[in-house]
Each structure stands twice: as structure tokens, then as C-alpha cells.
Design a protein around this ligand. Structure first.
Ligand SMILES: [Zn+2]
Length: 729
């Protein structure tokens, strides 16, 4: 195996503008500390700094081709440090800031700058980090940067990380882009965001393809010097609206050795319970790219860079990441070590020491999840719902000061604002489904649009399509074939209603599969005092039980074959008024197609859960997934929903594999940053259908007793602190 295919633990020790601190350091002690204190095996050393006023053009190493960072004099920061890192088994990558350049440097190359539609340079209109500008991948700047990559590789390092380039929102309309676009598409770039203009959609694609081409050329430049080197960039994540910065792992993945993305913790009122699985989800999304993944978690208290991230958050970031098969990465600021060295090192030393000691259990592992949630980049990019009334104010009926939050009755007509609503929907619907599955201890993977093929789907028993609105005809055919042959499907809201470019289809392309005979419209944005009603016992939901109405619901008519265990009640329309009885609209549609089960939820259950976290919605989601699978899951865990369970495996000998049950205990003190983890005792685990010789924990290497009964192998994990792995051989 190549080193980068094995478990990697990365860090960047950051000196900001005081790179001279590294020059003055005892380099041998520094490298030794990286190994012994931080327990890393791969390090980023600054090649071109990301500091004010935009010094991406200054280098820290000696070359006649580029301007040196003055304070270092003739000290070659990379060449001087490299032998020390090598001595302690640390791979060295150069960090190259590829997106932040000073106005002064840009003046020498005005034609390199990214430009807005009106011709102004991006950095003049939106100064980067308060001052500075940015360049375009389609200009001669590309050649300049590839030469830089060659020069830095000549120092003997193992590869490069490119921080950028970033195609900024509203860019790029430079001469090079205008020419290249016209040559490719035969038209000019449209001057404005317009989702009803194919040229705009081409422009979105052009931006992403330009980035992929740039990375491909960068990789070649690196390989000119070292064919075994590695390269990657900050590839973006699963959040809604990532199209704005042309980030798409499906486009760049082919040209990099790692898929990496930022997942920084920031204390705020919205990163409370909402984002508790942020690192796990970033890891799963990156792993879906099918290559080694790295989750970048800052080891800083959000924007207070000179205070280390609190102990528990720092460990959870690493634990969630590795539990999902990805590699951890931290950045720590040298100034923080002046006053908080022990505090900063303690959490990382402990958890990464554990990883270093148990490296074999993290090598070549595979997910054993049989449920997959689609992250549809097509939908994330092109979904713009054509249902008018989802663009009204969301009415939740919160009572405050003796008043009730009521709708203004206005519906946004502005398509740009509508697109933002849809971006938020895509991110939150995906996130909500993932969180609900995790809380139900149902192991799941994330898959990408490229996996909607017979081969990609065959690995899974259940596919969840969280408002996967924009699908190709081939993807639609693959889904029909998958279910016909016994695969199971759970889909929500407008899944299948648009083509891959967001053009509305005359009829929902999955309507036969989902058992929809007609979509009559949507139900507006009022959820307060409106309800679903269970018509039978379904999972934990009781016959007759009211369930709060989810956000953005569709009025649908279904085919005769469908079972409808839940219905919408008639609209009440007022607070403190009596319920009005059942409507004719289904609240959950269950059907069979060929050998498979299909569940269709005509609303955004994931978005609703992300917003309100109502237990009945989670119960509904879990019952639906369980119904569709119609047999036991691979694991049953009796633990609080905050215990994250990831099921992985690895082959130990030919025909022999062992299971790796990762338990991350996210049970904290009901606030972020967490200050305490509540240990969980006596977690019962059942594994149906496996043959077991030995079960033990990795943290204390404790043997666990187990029993065999009709439901499978059963054992108790006596105590779970923040993280452990149970090995089942
Ligand atoms: Zn350009």
C-alpha cells in the first residue's frame, strides 16, 4: 500500500506572519514533538503563506523563480525542516495558499484577477479577509502556479495541499473565461443568475469543470518532479449552496489523492445540537468519493484562534472522523502553545496516541452499512422548486408576548431568494435524514449521484432519497431496476420531479415507483396547529396518534396498490380551534414494486427534523426505513440516541473478516462547546447472523463475554466514555 492509503493523521502548526518563530525553533525537537506529543504522521509546512495582506506569491523555500518571504532571509524553511520530519517518520506536504493575493501583486498581473460580470475585480468589491484579491484558474496564473508546484516539489517533500483556488460567488467573467466559455458553448456567459436560462446552467458546470481541469494540470505539474507525490485541495462539503463556490468532489475527486473538506467548530447559537454530527457527516460525504478522506477540524475555539478547542470537542472531532473511515487533521496556532501548550496537546495526544497504537484496526476497512443516503450534487446545484407556496413565511406559531407568529401572506417572487430557500432545503433535508438514522443506530453510508447505477446500488438494502429532485433518465432507470430486483427505497417530497439540470419534468419520473398518480399542489408553509394522523400502529407511532405537520407538504393522489398508514388532517387554519377530521391526502405511501418495498413521504421530513427535532418525526423516519428493509438490521444497539455507532469491517486473512464497531459517545451537557461527556453503562448489542470467536474492546483491550441466542450474538459493552471500538472476530 502507498503511505497515503494507510491511516494518516495530519496537522498544520501555524505561525501566521511570524514564520521566523519556526526558523528560531529547535527543528529536531519540533519534529519529535509532532510525533510524540501530537502523534501525527503527516504534516503541512507552509510553502506560501495564507496571511495578510495576501502573500500567496511569497515562498518560504529557496528558489530563483519566486519572491522569498523576507523575514526568513536565506533560511529555507522546507529544506531545513524536512530531514528532521523524516527522522520521526513524518510525511511532509507543502501548504500552498492559492487564493489570497495582495492588491500590489495583482497590479502586476491585472489580467489574472477573477472578475464579476461588470468587469470589476472580485477583490476590489469583496476584499478577501479584509484586503486582497484572487486569481482565475483559466488565466496565465495557472502556469505561474504550476511552476510554483514544481519548485516546491523540488525541495523533496511528499506532496502539496492547495488552499484554493476558489471560484468565488459571482465569478468569473475575466477575458480568459469569456473566451473559453464561448469556444465551448457557442454563447456568451449570461450576465446574471438565471435558473431558466440554459446558459446559466452551463456556466455553473463550466466553473466546476474549470476547477477540475486546473487540479488535473496541477497534478501533472507535481508528478513532473515526483510521480509518487500526493496532491489535494479543499474540495467542499455537503452543505446546501456549495455550487456558489464551484466545489464538487464528484468533479475534482479523480485528480486528487485525498478528498478533504473543512469542518470547523464555531461556538454559536446554531451549532448547538443541530450540528452535533457535523464531523461524521463530512467524513461520510468525503468517503463517498471512494478514496482516502481527510476532515479538517480546526483545533481552535472557533474564531478565537489562540485558544485551543476544548478537550471534548477536540476528541469528538477526531473520533467522529475516524469512526466513519476518514483521516483526522488539525490546525493549531503556535501562539496558543505559548500559554496553553498542555491544554492543547492533552486531548490530541490521548486520542491520536490511541489511533497510532491501533493503526492496524484502521487500515483497509470497509463500511458494513446496508442503508445509503444519497447526497445528490445535481439536486444541490440545480434544484429550484416550482411550487409557489413553499416560498411563503414558515409559520410555527411560536407565542411570544401574548402574540402568535403568523404569516404575512407574502410569497417571495425573487428567483435568487427562492434559490437560497432551496439551497437550505437541500442541506437540511439531507442532514436531517442522516441524523435520524444515526440516532436510531441504523448504520448508513452516504452515496453520490455517480453511484445511482445497478452496481452502485446493489451493495445496499435500502436507498434513502432525501428530496433528490434532479435525476437523470439513467439514474431513474437504475432505481426502477434496483427496486424491481428487491432493493428498497425511501424517498421524500419532490424526488424525481426534475431532470439533472433542474428542468421540471411533465410528470414525476418516479411516479410508478412511488405510487403517485397525481400531485395536486402543495400545502403552504403553515405547520403550527396542523397535523398528520396515524391510521394504524406504525413503528413506535400508535393508531390514532397526531403528529405535528412537517414542513413543505404535497397534496398527492396515490394508486390503488398503495397502503396509507398515515394521513393529513384537514387544515384547521386557526389556533385554539377544534381539529377538523381527516383529509383525503396521504401522509405516508407504502407500496411494492417488483420484489422491493417503496416508501414515499410527501414532505421534507429531514428538514423538519433539522429545524424542530421532534421525536415523532424521527420515529416516523426510522419506522419507515425499518418497514422498507423488512428484516433485522446488521446490528441492534440499546443506547441513548447520542451514541453514534458505525459498523466497519476488515479482512484479516483470506476469507476471514472481523467486525469493527465504533462507538462515539456524543452525550454531553446539552450545550456546545461540551464541557463533559456522560459515560454510558451497560450497552446491549445484538449482532444477528454472525459467527463469533472473540469480542474485545480496543481502548482497554478488555475481553467481552457473549451469548448466542435466536436473535444472534449478544453482548454488553460495560462502559463507554468518549470513544471505543469493539472488535468482533
Ligand atoms: Zn476567469
Amino acid at each position: 500500500m502507498k503511505w497515503w492509503e494507510r491511516p494518516v493523521r495530519m496537522m498544520r502548526l501555524d505561525y501566521i506572519s511570524d514564520l521566523v518563530r519556526m526558523k528560531e525553533a529547535d527543528l529536531d525537537a519540533l519534529a519529535r514533538s509532532k510525533r510524540d506529543d501530537w502523534n501525527i504522521n503527516c504534516e503541512w509546512v507552509i510553502g506560501t503563506p495564507g496571511i495578510a495582506p495576501g502573500l500567496g506569491h511569497k515562498v518560504t523555500f529557496n528558489t530563483s523563480k519566486y519572491e522569498k518571504y523576507e523575514a526568513l532571509g536565506d533560511f529555507d524553511l522546507i529544506r531545513e525542516y524536512l530531514p528532521h520530519a523524516r527522522r520521526y517518520g513524518i510525511k511532509v506536504l507543502a501548504y500552498l495558499n492559492m487564493h489570497w493575493f495582495s492588491y500590489e501583486f495583482a497590479e502586476e498581473h491585472p489580467e489574472w484577477q477573477q472578475r464579476l460580470a461588470d468587469g470589476r475585480a472580485y477583490g476590489q468589491v469583496s476584499p478577501l479577509y479584509g484586503g486582497g484579491t484572487t486569481f482565475c484558474v483559466n488565466t496565465q496564473w495557472g502556469e505561474w502556479s504550476w511552476d510554483l508546484i514544481r519548485e516546491v516539489m523540488k525541495t523533496g517533500i511528499d506532496g502539496v495541499f492547495l488552499d484554493g483556488p476558489v471560484t468565488f460567488s459571482g465569478c468569473c467573467y475575466c477575458e480568459s473565461c469569456r473566451k473559453a466559455f464561448k469556444a465551448q458553448y457557442g454563447t456568451d456567459i449570461p450576465e446574471e443568475e438565471d435558473w431558466f436560462d440554459d446558459r446559466w446552467k452551463n456556466f455553473i458546470e463550466f466553473r466546476e469543470n474549470s476547477m477540475a481541469q486546473y487540479l488535473s494540470d496541477s497534478k501533472k505539474a507535481m508528478e513532473d518532479i515526483n510521480p509518487d507525490g500526493v496532491i489535494f485541495l479543499n474540495a467542499g462539503s455537503w452543505h446546501g449552496g456549495s455550487w456558489r463556490v464551484a466545489r464538487n468532489i464528484e468533479k475534482v475527486g479523480d485528480y486528487q489523492h485525498f478528498n478533504g473538506a473543512e469542518s470547523f467548530f464555531h461556538p454559536s447559537n446554531t451549532t448547538g445540537t443541530k450540528a452535533i454530527l457535523e464531523w461524521a457527516l463530512t467524513a461520510k460525504h468525503l468517503m463517498a468519493g471512494g478514496k482516502p478522506a481527510v476532515v479538517f477540524s480546526h483545533h481552535a475555539l472557533g474564531s478565537w484562534h489562540y485558544i485551543p478547542l476544548p478537550f471534548i470537542e477536540a476528541q469528538l472531532a477526531v473520533a467522529q472522523t475516524v469512526a466513519c473511515g476518514a483521516n483526522p487533521w488539525i490546525a493549531i496556532f503556535d501562539y496558543a502553545l505559548d500559554h496553553s501548550r498542555e491544554q492543547a496537546i492533552a486531548p490530541i495526544k490521548e486520542i491520536q496516541g490511541f489511533l497510532a497504537k491501533n493503526e492496524e484496526y484502521y487500515t483497509s476497512t470497509l463500511s458494513e452499512a446496508r442503508v445509503a443516503v444519497l447526497f445528490s450534487s445535481q439536486s444541490n446545484t440545480f434544484y429550484l422548486s416550482q411550487l409557489d407556496d413553499i416560498y411563503g413565511d414558515v409559520v410555527t406559531g411560536v407565542e411570544r408576548d401574548l402574540g402568535v407568529n403568523l404569516s404575512s401572506g407574502t410569497i417571495t417572487r425573487d428567483w435568487k431568494k427562492r434559490k437560497r430557500v432551496c439551497d437550505t432545503i437541500q442541506g437540511s433535508e439531507f442532514y436531517g435524514w442522516c441524523v435520524m438514522l444515526s440516532r436510531g443506530h441504523i448504520p448508513y453510508d452516504v452515496i453520490l449521484d455517480k453511484d445511482l447505477t445497478s452496481e452502485g446500488l446493489a451493495k445496499y438494502d435500502v436507498i434513502v432519497l432525501p428530496n433528490s429532485a434532479c435525476l437523470t433518465d439513467d439514474q431513474i432507470s437504475a432505481l426502477y431496476a434496483y427496486v424491481k430486483d428487491g432493493g428498497n427505497l425511501v424517498a421524500s417530497f419532490e424526488t424525481g420531479s426534475y431532470d439533472e439540470k433542474g428542468n421540471i419534468r411533465e410528470e414525476n419520473a418516479l411516479s410508478d415507483l412511488l405510487c403517485i398518480s397525481k400531485i395536486e399542489g402543495s400545502m403552504g408553509t403553515v405547520v403550527a396547529e396542523e397535523y398528520l394522523k396515524a391510521k394504524e400502529n406504525f413503528g413506535c407511532l400508535r393508531d390514532g396518534q397526531f403528529i405535528s405537520k412537517p414542513l413543505y407538504s404535497l397534496k398527492i393522489v396515490v394508486g390503488e396498490k398503495a397502503a396509507i398508514p398515515i394521513k393529513f388532517l384537514e387544515r384547521i387554519g386557526k389556533f385554539y380551534s377544534a381539529p377538523k377530521g381527516e383529509s383525503r391526502y396521504p401522509g405516508l405511501v407504502l407500496s411494492k414494486y417488483g420484489e422491493g418495498n417503496v416508501a414515499y413521504l410527501p414532505y421534507l421530513l429531514g428538514t423538519t427534523y433539522t429545524n424542530f427535532k421532534i421525536e415523532d418525526h424521527q420515529a416516523l423516519a426510522l419506522a419507515t426505513v425499518k418497514w422498507s428493509k423488512n428484516e433485522d438490521f446488521e446490528i441492534f444497539v440499546d443506547a441513548p440516541p447520542t451514541v453514534q455507532v458505525e459498523l466497519r469491517s476488515q479482512n484479516v486473512e483470506e476469507d476471514k473478516k472481523r467486525l469493527l464497531l465504533h462507538f462515539v459517545n456524543n452525550t454531553g451537557d446539552m450545550k456546545r462547546p461540551m464541557s463533559t461527556i456522560i459515560p454510558i453503562y451497560g450497552i446491549k448489542v445484538v449482532l444477528p447472523g454472525v459467527d463469533v470467536k472473540r469480542i474485545y474492546t480496543l481502548w482497554d483491550k478488555e475481553e467481552l463475554n457473549f451469548t448466542r441466542n435466536e436473535s444472534g450474538i449478544e453482548f454488553i459493552l460495560p462502559e463507554l466514555n468518549l470513544y471505543d471500538v469493539v472488535v468482533v472476530e
